[in-house]
Design a protein around this ligand. Structure first.
Ligand code: FAD
Ligand code: SF4
Ligand code: SF4
Length: 399
């Protein structure tokens, strides 16, 4: 990979100097020159108004995959903590790194986030690449892509894992394009083919009718996103420490195209936090009409849980979309999942099969949901759900 300035085209505007996060562009007279500090992040290429910066990527045949070592997780922050999905990816990343006998690293971008090195180590990271700068305080596509692409080019990890969250779904494809490598989105399984030293990325395909196993054979890094609650987080090991690599950057707010004016959380979707719920009572088309979600709601309330839903009930407008569980909804991992009038299509199972205990209530003894249920209740939900609510109320509220 190479980057250079065409002196015939350069007008000396210095936009590339301001845009370079690694302070790797210098002016020699009126002509920009790229120094040895360049990480090949690509940030300067898109800002040059006259196309004077040329970035040449290697031909596939020239990529020596053996030069790439290590498993990386790109951290996402929830306020000032590591987000749940990051801890889950550290758990899976640890397994992959052990299988490859290579280090596991966490990449943390932010402002004043040095204290996150401790939990990173306790949750399995061997090393933390820490990039602190006021410009990185909140996630923004441009600077995050530039900085992380530069780090990946410089340190050459063989695997990069990112959460399939709103942030990760924005970042991962941009990184993959910038790095000219493959990306498998929304993986439900990640394993190592130790003979070929390849990441085997499993995800549903063709509407969930098959599970595809995808490999990135010739490009590096191998990149995958995973939705929250798909992987299990490892038990923290208090006192376990990660090494720290602090990365100096020089970021210019004026080179960033977006400004965060206000962060307004959608209160309604926050009120139903399916992903963190311990108890979910879900309703399906077996409820027959929207008003009958009241039965599900009542049971959920008595148990201290939240309401989930199958997709057709959302499509029909019976309940808002943020209740939907499944392949195109949320992936959940509660301690208890009660499915009321849900058949158990593969796309629904994709979102809830990881629950610790599944209770299914369905009038059809052959409903596929019984294939994953720990407790199968065959019968009419309109009799069983109110009866369950009554028993739970008596047991839990004592009246
Ligand atoms: P049905 O399949 O109609 O099942 C209703 C069930 O209720 C039946 O099993 C029936 O026996 C039972 N029943 C009826 N009356 C009673 C009664 N009185 N008492 C007890 N039981 C009763 N679906 C999702 O849920 N989430 C997704 O994210 C999702 N993503 C999808 C993505 C794609 C690309 C596609 C193609 C489909 C997706 N689907 C998803 C839809 C999925 O294929 C199923 O159509 C859907 O899950 C079925 O919903 P259901 O179980 O509520 O309805
Ligand atoms: Fe351009 Fe990035 Fe190299 Fe700076 S580090 S010169 S922005 S490719
Ligand atoms: Fe030259 Fe382009 Fe850099 Fe401007 S942005 S100094 S034209 S290379």
């Amino acid at each position: 990979m190479d980057i250079r300035v065409d002196p015939e085209k350069c007008t000396g505007c210095q936009l590339c100097v301001k845009a370079c996060p690694y302070a790797a562009v210098e002016m020699q007279g009126d002509i920009a020159t790229i120094t040895a500090a360049c990480t090949l992040c690509g940030a300067c290429v898109s800002v040059c108004p006259v196309g004077a910066i040329i970035r040449e990527m290697p031909d596939v045949a020239e990529i020596d995959t053996s030069n790439y070592q290590g498993v990386w997780v790109i951290a996402e922050l929830d306020e000032d903590r590591l987000a749940g999905v990051t801890l889950e990816l550290l758990g899976k990343g640890r397994e992959l790194a052990d299988a490859l006998e290579t280090p596991l690293s966490l990449v943390v971008l932010g402002n004043g986030v040095g204290e996150l090195v401790t939990p990173a180590g306790e949750y399995g990271a061997d090393r933390v690449y820490l990039v602190g700068d006021p410009v990185l305080e909140q996630y923004r596509t441009g600077p995050y892509t530039d900085v992380i692409a530069g780090l990946i080019n410089k340190y050459q990890p063989e695997i990069v894992l990112i959460g399939a969250t709103e942030q990760g779904r924005d970042l991962a494809p941009r990184l993959a394009v910038r790095l000219e490598t493959g990306l498998t989105a929304d993986c439900t399984g990640l394993d190592i083919d130790s003979e070929a030293r390849l990441l085997v990325q499993t995800r549903p395909a063709f509407g969930g009718s098959i599970m595809a196993r995808i490999i990135t054979r010739n490009h590096r890094p191998q990149m995958a996103t995973v939705r929250p609650r798909v992987m299990r987080r490892a038990e923290p090991q208090p006192g376990r420490e990660a090494g720290l690599v602090e990365i100096p950057v020089k970021l210019n707010e004026e080179s960033v195209l977006t400004r965060i004016v206000e962060i307004a959380r959608d209160q309604s979707s926050q009120a139903v936090n399916l992903q963190d719920a311990d108890i979910i009572v879900s309703g399906g088309r077996g409820l027959k009409k929207p008003e009958n979600f009241a039965l599900v709601q009542e049971l959920a309330e008595v148990l201290g849980g939240v309401v989930g839903a199958s997709r057709p009930t959302v499509d029909e407008g019976w309940i808002p979309a943020y209740h939907q569980v499944g392949q195109t909804g949320r992936t959940v991992q509660p301690k208890l999942y009660i499915a009321c009038g849900i058949s158990g299509a593969v796309q629904h199972l994709a979102g809830m099969a990881g629950a610790d205990c599944i209770v299914a209530i369905n009038s059809d003894p052959n409903a596929p949901i019984f294939g994953v249920a720990h407790y199968a209740v065959v019968g009419d939900l309109f009799e069983i759900v109110p009866a369950l609510t009554e028993i739970a109320r008596e047991e839990l509220e004592g009246d």
